[in-house]
Design a protein around this ligand. Structure first.
Ligand SMILES: Cc1ncc(COP(=O)(O)O)c(C=O)c1O
Length: 424
């Protein structure tokens, strides 16, 4: 199916996300192959793209799930993932979410990845109340410098000022507490130091720091370990040049793991973006354009206003991220630079400057929008959530309808009671 045909078809329209499930499956397969026969878990970070067809495509390739909320946990289970293949990260898991993780399946989920010493006591109390033993991993914050992390500050998590993980100096206390708990069992250690790493440098630094710590602890306090988890963060090429493949990250980490004598432990990774980003686009329609003539000392400028905005894809506004934008049905002829902007009443609703056909096209695709796109979308400015279309082998196999304006109006006006006060 052609993207232009989808965008023109009134039953899909714009703005619409289109995902290639087959290509996502190939990503998962390539990454899994990098483990050879070694024990491993590719715990897909559900937050990157939580659509059911995407989850099912990745789970069918053997992926597990990394979840960060009770809702994502419930979704992963509904999508068919066995509880023991789920790990749960997050700095502020509620008691309700801990109960859910502890109660699911015969032994609870694979690991509750605790992010503070304080959380361990809460897990112990909830597991005790449930009469179960919770499997716990300690997420370590290795305290790498922000400069060393070499990514946007908003997606760097493994430094001393970040809220994430147990600080290096507190890990021994955390291990002691998990070991002392009658209802907690230490099964692993994890790190996740940031996202969109273009090379293996910072990722390997974090893995090395984790492995060195685990090698020491294992001799005494952490004898029953099952896994080490080096997190997600494999970058994608948003048009700025090639980045290391996820399989290269895994091969490099496995070498370090073996060098430190930890080759018998399962290696977990938590990729989100790298499995899905490049295999999703956001289709949009041009609403109008405007030109500012040169004069008054200002350079001439042209804007193209499209019907997708920061509420549909917030990454440019949130992280100064740049996505390539291409016209659908490109035609030969003159080209010009357009500042492509959305309809939302915010200056940051701006996708940057792009070379497009002149006169401007009526349809465009924003590329590499398969990760942190729809999952971060909102109804800001009364704009309904975009539609989603899922392709397999180039054919439409599933569709999620666009949100409804009428529903938004009714719900905001208080004419419908769509939610219980508890949010359940
Ligand atoms: C704990 C954890 N694991 C994995 C990921 C996935 O990261 P990425 O999409 O960069 O692979 C994230 C993303 O923020 C995360 O917080």
């Amino acid at each position: 199916v052609s993207l232009a045909a989808l965008a023109r078809d009134p039953s899909y329209g714009t703005p619409t996300y289109v995902y290639d499930l087959s290509a996502m499956a190939v990503e998962a397969r390539e990454l899994t192959a990098a483990f050879d026969t070694a024990p491993h878990l590719v715990a897909y970070a559900v937050k990157a793209n939580s659509a059911g067809p995407v989850l099912r495509a990745l789970f069918a390739e053997g992926c597990g799930a990394d979840v960060v909320s009770g809702a994502e946990l419930a979704l992963a289970l509904v999508a068919g993932i066995p509880p023991e293949r789920v790990v749960f990260s997050g700095v502020a898991k509620t008691n309700q979410e801990l109960d859910q993780a502890i109660a699911t399946g015969p032994r609870g989920i694979g690991a509750i990845q605790v992010e503070s010493v304080e959380e361990i006591g809460r897990v112990e109390a909830r597991a005790s109340a449930a009469g179960r033993v919770a499997r716990v991993a300690v997420r370590v914050n290795p305290g790498l410098g922000l400069d060393a992390l070499d990514t946007h500050a908003h997606i760097a998590t493994g430094h001393d000022e970040a809220k994430f993980g147990v600080a290096k100096g507190d890990v021994a206390t955390a291990v002691g507490l998990v070991n002392a708990g009658a209802h907690t069992e230490l099964v692993g250690f994890s790190v996740h130091v940031g996202s969109q790493f273009k090379d293996t440098g910072a990722y390997l630094d974090a893995a090395r720091a984790l492995f060195a710590m685990v090698a020491t602890l294992r001799a005494e306090e952490a004898k029953g370990l099952v896994f080490v988890d080096t997190g997600g963060g494999f970058g994608v090429d948003y048009g700025e040049g090639p980045v290391a493949r996820p399989s290269e990250f895994v091969r490099a980490v496995r070498r370090e793991q073996r060098a430190l004598g930890l080759g018998d432990l399962a290696l977990h990774v938590e990729p989100g973006r790298s499995l899905v980003a490049a295999h999703g686009v956001l289709l949009a329609r041009a609403i109008s354009s405007k030109a500012r003539a040169s004069g008054g000392g200002l350079p001439p400028r042209r804007w193209l206003m499209i019907d997708a905005g920061m509420n549909d894809l917030v990454r440019p506004a949130l992280y100064q991220a740049r996505h390539r934008i291409v016209e659908l049905g490109a035609r030969p002829g003159p080209r010009a630079a357009f500042r492509v902007v959305g309809p939302v009443c915010e200056s940051s609703d701006d996708f940057g400057s792009h070379e497009l056909a002149d006169p401007p096209p009526d349809l465009v695709a924003i590329l590499d929008a398969g990760a942190y796109g729809y999952t971060m979308a909102s109804a800001y400015n009364g704009r309904p959530l975009p539609a989603e279309v899922f392709l397999e082998g180039g054919r439409v196999v599933d569709v999620r309808a666009r949100g409804s304006i009428a529903h938004w109006v009714e719900e905001r006006a208080g004419l419908t009671s769509s939610r219980s006060p508890s949010g359940a």
